[in-house]
Design a protein around this ligand. Sequence first.
Ligand code: GAR
Length: 195
Amino acid sequence: MRIVVLVSGTGSNLQSVLDAIDAGDLDIDIAAVGADRPDTYGVERAAAAGYETFVVNFRDYTVRADWNRALTEKVASYSPDVVLSSGFMRIVDEHFINTFAGRYINTHPALLPSFPGAHGVRDALAYGVKVSGCTVHIADAGVDTGPILAQAAVEVLDGDTEESLHERIKVQERRLLIETLRQLSTAGIPSIPQR
Ligand code: GAR
């Protein structure tokens, strides 16, 4: 299974995927790692590990649809079976979603459909939930929406900060992500009826 990974930030979840590949625990081929902005640690990690990287800088485009098109073409040029959003913090449009329909996978640090968006951990904490968690799902054109592939619950502890809770969630998120990629690489992408 060839995958392209998209990141916007530190890429710690990506690192766990790279480590699983190195350890022989995950048999997938990362064709490239790309970002929507320059100088992300995620891209730096991938380059340091010898993977091909690219940037389609959102700020280089005045028209959002042009950025979407450029990103779609760049990702498609690697002919991926699966595209993984691993902390990729941009909404992609229908053109991108249709090009990789059912093959665009996202991870999110909350139990979707609760608390979508860029601040899932902060929003869950602010709401006062006692249990949050993470979700791996097939992404559609919405914000963190689409058929759910896997979820894990994480208890919110007294005194948790956004950082402490996010770190515990990421432990589960990494496990779930690697398990899901392993399953996709062996059994393929499940056909999930649309709700
Ligand atoms: C992850 O927790 C991921 O779920 C989240 O960004 C973090 C990236 O961490 N994504 C979203 O919030 C998407 N809505 P990382 O860069 O250290 O892997």
